[in-house]
Write a protein that binds this ligand. Structure first.
Ligand SMILES: Cc1cc2nc3c(=O)[nH]c(=O)nc-3n(C[C@H](O)[C@H](O)[C@H](O)COP(=O)(O)OP(=O)(O)OC[C@H]3O[C@@H](n4cnc5c(N)ncnc54)[C@H](O)[C@@H]3O)c2cc1C
Length: 387
């Protein structure tokens, strides 16, 4: 039994159905060879939402499936087999829906969740700014309290889905002197006065992610759209990032699985010196290395997902899973391309864009350097606490 099948064996019926739905959705809609327009991207997101793929972890009383984090991760992985960019876009939307559903209940929030579950409104999460990414608390977007709400001003950069989203989970500083404790989270809507969407980014590896930017100029947000009060914003953001790191690792694994299958197929039939090229040990061993990295990637990723579902502290495990995936995926895809000779770099082979996505995933939800920082912090803590 392969590792994915044995991992899925623990799932309840409803969870297995969601993974199967993702597989079907991918084969029906995600076999897309090139870039997709913003309007086509929106329609795809809507279709995925209507298949129930945006409510996996959302509680049933809000219209979701109340399924596990592992289910969401496996759904991402299945979608990423054919389109990692779209998988990342959808999971970012899902993340905002589940966060709103976990917050204080209100009629307005219920209406928002309903619209996001059916894909008529798309969400994104905005932490990064033009001058700061890894150093999250160096943000300059500020939120000043008023009698009945907050006034937000600032700029956000490199935000997945921002070029098409309607609902923005925006982190802002309420009191710079408090650092992390001053960070709060707000729901901003695209039609709020003072919100202005910037141009989508044009860069390698962001196909299907809708990566964009926006500014807020004295944007008035009522109190009932304060999702995380000061003191809770930073911790909430870090919790989300932790889960996202595991998704990203799973999506990397899916890309390596795809590249390996394509290259094995090719190397098994391509002849050189009177034999299929896979028969040459020098080449075959490079693919054996890829298969080994893929297995290791999944073992790390799935054990981090298990820890998240068990509500254990998964910070270090999630960082290790993402770091390992970031460190090995580009090398693995490149080896698969190499095994296909010049054919490996053609658009038909579709491996070049996997390489670009793999590079982009080295930035999303924290760089490998920041993963090392996180892992090291845990090692220091363990050393201080002794055996
Ligand atoms: C495709 C894509 C999608 C994204 N989506 C989102 C999104 O939806 N929401 C969002 O908020 N952000 C998003 N981001 C932004 C992403 O989170 C940041 O790019 C990332 O956090 C790194 O920040 P930076 O690019 O500003 O690099 P910087 O923080 O400026 O870092 C520059 C370099 O210095 C290194 N560095 C920094 N500090 C240290 C340190 N202490 N030790 C060692 N090295 C260090 C970094 O690792 C990096 O190599 C996205 C980015 C991309 C590319």
């Amino acid at each position: 039994m392969d590792i994915k099948t044995s991992f899925d064996a623990r799932f309840a019926r409803i969870e297995l159905d969601l993974v199967q739905k993702a597989r079907e959705f991918a084969s029906r809609h995600l076999d897309i060879p090139g870039p997709i327009s913003i309007s086509a991207h929106r329609l795809l997101l809507q279709d995925a939402c209507r298949s129930g793929l945006a409510g996996i972890e959302v509680p049933a009383n809000f219209g979701g499936a109340s399924a596990s984090f592992s289910t969401r991760m496996r759904v991402c992985e299945e979608l990423a087999l054919l389109h990692a960019g779209f998988a990342f876009s959808l999971v970012n939307h899902h993340n905002v829906v589940s966060r709103i559903a976990q917050s204080q209940d209100s009629e307005a929030r219920r209406r928002l969740i309903e619209a996001m579950l059916d894909g008529s409104r798309i969400g994104c999460t905005a932490m990064t700014e033009p001058q700061s990414g890894s150093d999250f608390t160096a943000m300059r977007t500020e939120a000043l309290p008023t009698q009945d709400g907050w006034i937000l001003s600032g700029a956000k950069a490199w935000i997945t889905n921002a070029s098409l989203a309607d609902v923005f989970l925006v982190y802002a500083q309420t009191d710079a002197a408090k650092g992390a404790d001053g960070v709060a989270g707000f729901i901003v809507l695209a039609d709020d006065i003072g919100f202005e969407r910037g141009h989508p980014y044009s860069a390698a590896g962001i196909e299907g992610m809708g990566v964009g930017q926006f500014t807020l100029t004295k944007c008035a947000i009522p109190n009932d759209r304060l999702l995380y009060p000061p003191g809770e914003g930073f911790r909430a953001a870090m919790r989300g990032v932790n889960q996202a790191r595991v998704h990203v690792a799973a999506m990397n694994a899916a890309m390596v699985e795809y590249a390996l299958a394509v290259s094995l197929n090719y190397a098994g039939s391509r002849q050189a010196f009177g034999a299929p090229v896979i028969e040459f040990q020098g080449l075959g061993w490079s693919l054996a290395n890829v298969a080994t990295h893929l297995q290791a990637m999944r073992l790390l990723t799935y054990s981090a997902a298990d820890a998240i579902d068990a509500r254990e502290d998964a910070q270090s495990m999630a960082a290790m899973a993402k770091k390992y995936a970031n460190d090995t995926t580009m090398q693995a895809i490149s080896a698969c391309m190499q095994a296909m000779g010049a054919q490996g770099i053609t658009e038909d082979a579709r491996l070049g864009r996997l390489l670009a996505w793999a590079k982009a995933f080295c930035y999303t939800d924290g760089t490998p350097e920041m993963m090392n920082e996180r892992i090291l912090r845990y090692m220091r803590k363990a050393r201080r606490n002794g055996p």
